[in-house]
Design a protein around this ligand. Structure first.
Ligand code: SF4
Ligand code: SF4
Ligand code: SF4
Length: 219
C-alpha cells in the first residue's frame, strides 16, 4: 500500500487525468484509476495519454519521488497521440459493437448499417478497435480538439473538461438503455437473450482489453 496524503481526495487526482477514458492504465476509466491512486493501490506512471505532465503532477500531489519512478509502467501500452479512428466502410458489417464502447460517442451508425467516425470527437483511444469483430477500424494521424497533445496540464484543462462531460453523457445514456432493457425484460416485452448478449459482449471486450498488446494494434 502506497502512502497518500490525507488532504488529497479522488476529485483532485481525477482533475489531473486527461479523461481520454482509454483504459490503458488497467482501469475501467480515469475515475477508476483516480480511486485506485487515492487508495494507495496504484503508481503514478500508468497514464500514457497524460504523459510526463500528468506523471509529474500526480507525483507532486501524492508526494512521490518522481525521479525514482519509471516514465511508464512495464505493463501499459503506449498511446498514439493525435490520431483518430477510421472505419473501412467496405468491410463494416454494421454489428454496432463499437458504439457502446466509445467514451465520446464519436461513432455514428445503426444496427446493420455502415458506421463512421466523427473525427472531431475522437480521442484515438482505440477501444472501438478492440471491440470490432472484423478488424475494420484503424488509426490515422489527425489532430482534433479531442486528441490534441497539449504540453501542459493547464493548456489541456478545457479539453479534459469536455471529454469528462462527453463521457458522463455517454454513461448516462447507456445506463438508461440498460434500465429500459431490464424493464422490458421484466415486463415480458424483451427476451432474456438480448440481455445475455449484452453481458457476453461486455465480457468479450474486457477479455480482449486485458490481453491487448501494442503490437496487436494497427498504426
Ligand atoms: S486517460 Fe486512459 S490511461 Fe489515463 S487515466 Fe484515463 S483511462 Fe487511464
Ligand atoms: S471512435 Fe474509437 S478511437 Fe475514437 S474515441 Fe471512439 S472508441 Fe475511441
Ligand atoms: S464494430 Fe466494426 S463491423 Fe461492427 S459496426 Fe463497428 S466498425 Fe462496423
Amino acid at each position: 500500500m502506497l502512502a497518500v496524503p490525507h488532504s488529497v481526495g479522488i476529485d483532485s487526482i481525477d482533475a489531473l487525468l486527461p479523461q481520454t477514458q482509454c483504459q490503458r492504465c488497467g482501469y475501467a476509466d480515469c475515475r477508476d484509476y483516480a480511486a485506485s491512486l487515492h487508495a494507495g493501490e496504484a503508481e503514478i506512471n500508468r497514464c500514457p495519454p497524460g504523459g510526463e505532465a500528468t506523471r509529474v503532477a500526480l507525483g507532486e500531489l501524492l508526494q512521490r519521488d518522481v525521479s525514482a519512478i519509471p516514465a511508464l509502467a512495464d505493463d501499459v501500452d503506449a498511446y498514439a497521440a493525435e490520431h483518430v479512428a477510421l472505419i473501412d466502410e467496405t468491410a463494416c458489417i454494421g454489428c454496432a459493437k463499437c458504439l457502446p464502447v466509445c467514451p465520446t460517442d464519436a461513432i455514428v451508425g445503426a444496427a446493420k448499417r455502415i458506421h463512421t467516425v466523427i473525427a472531431e470527437a475522437c480521442t484515438g483511444c482505440e477501444l472501438c478497435i478492440i471491440a470490432c469483430p472484423v478488424d475494420c477500424i484503424s488509426l490515422r494521424a489527425l489532430q482534433t480538439p479531442a486528441n490534441w497533445n497539449y504540453a501542459t496540464l493547464a493548456a489541456r484543462t478545457g479539453q479534459s473538461m469536455q471529454l469528462r462531460d462527453a463521457y458522463t453523457a455517454h454513461k448516462s445514456r447507456y445506463a438508461l438503455r440498460a434500465e429500459e432493457a431490464l424493464s422490458a425484460m421484466i415486463s415480458g416485452t424483451a427476451s432474456t437473450e438480448s440481455v445475455t448478449d449484452k453481458k457476453a459482449l461486455l465480457a468479450e471486450i474486457l477479455a480482449k482489453a486485458k490481453t491487448r498488446t501494442t503490437k496487436d494494434l494497427p498504426r
